[in-house]
Write a protein that binds this ligand. Sequence first.
Ligand SMILES: NC(=O)c1ccc[n+]([C@@H]2O[C@H](COP(=O)([O-])OP(=O)(O)OC[C@H]3O[C@@H](n4cnc5c(N)ncnc54)[C@H](O)[C@@H]3O)[C@@H](O)[C@H]2O)c1
Length: 415
Amino acid sequence: MAKRLGVGIIGAGFNAKFHIRSWVSVRDADICGIFDKNKERSEEAALLAKNLKVGEPKIFNSITEMVADENIDAIWICSPNFARIETMEEIASAIESGKGKLIGVCCEKPLGRNVAEAKKMVELVKRVGLLDGYLENQLFEPTVQRGKDIIWSRGALITGRPYLARAAEEHGGPHSPWFWEGTLQGGGVMNDMMCHSVEVARFLLTEPGKPRNSLTPIKVTAHAENLKWQRPHYADILKSNSDGKLDYINRPAEDYARAVVEYKDEKGEKIIVEVTTSWCYVGAGLRLSVELLGPEYSMGINTLDTDLKVFFSREVKGNSGEDLVEKQNAEVGLMPVVGNEENTYGYDLENRHMVQSFLSGKRPEENFEDGLNVTELLMTAYMSAEEERTIAFPPPNLDTFIPKVAQGAWNNRNK
Ligand SMILES: NC(=O)c1ccc[n+]([C@@H]2O[C@H](COP(=O)([O-])OP(=O)(O)OC[C@H]3O[C@@H](n4cnc5c(N)ncnc54)[C@H](O)[C@@H]3O)[C@@H](O)[C@H]2O)c1
């Protein structure tokens, strides 16, 4: 086994930069390679890694070249959702042709745009014998980890297990046009962000040390709408931000969604997950909120309840930016600042866990099977929203289901 892990990153956009910045808190591993279809993006990300002293990454011209390099032990897939399968297929075929010495691969959320794609990712990673990590950062938020620990070791131990978890991720809308296009992304905000909320809620409700299947999903009820971005003024903004490609009047994706997932625990007790998500929340910036409730206790997290706040008077006129918080919406007034976003959102602990798992030859605790389970829940939620009824889990045609929004054929205005 390697003593130090050489990591190669595929896709050098917004998310890859979060990973690179988090690397100052990761031990025993370096960023040794970058591959992005856009060379300028690769160069920017490589420079960031060098400046932070978290590696001297080589810029590769292909995935195959990166897999073959002797300094690369593991790959982090951070490219867009529409490239998942071709990316994993190229990694697998490079390995099968005898190239490289990879130990493992990590993949950003979502594992696939639908169940068939997520299953293909699991099949490919198993076929080539790699360890696999599913990059669901919210499980690794220090507040989530510490909150789970305290709730289960005190409240639950003495008065009984928690029965309800609520989670939400909300902001004003994604930064790249491809996220907004249902056919490319796989859905709207439900696919993009509810994947975090269903998994963090499930994680908090799972007894520490127990496997994922200690909770059995039994029913899903969901609702999806477009509340803001189909309004003509906002549809025009999307059109002009995408060189005319996005057409939210005729081909929107949902910018608001909610779901209730009903589980049973090993004793047959009902456990409830309530999740809500939106691209139409206008506050200071990205807001992640979580609650966990049990018979004699509760806990709550809101990432905009920060300890640091700044105030700028109306005389402070400058460029708009994201220097205070991700998806920032304003530059004046009293504003919350997230001191270390990589840490708060869970990237530090997530990457430490993945690196240490790979170095010790163990499958990470959050892996592709979990990514597949999340996709199965989300696809059931889309079915429920489309059919406007509660769906028993798992529904019969889950493996072949593609949401209408992912087919470019969803428009609730027509209902
Ligand atoms: N965990 C999180 O909270 C979180 C946050 C943001 C994004 N993500 C996920 O990370 C992934 C990337 O999102 P992003 O925000 O960085 O997007 P982005 O648009 O900012 O960046 C994507 C990058 O990938 C490159 N690219 C496109 N096709 C490629 C291909 N076939 N091979 C290699 N590179 C390619 C693009 O040139 C671009 O630089 C998505 O799957 C997204 O869902 C996760």
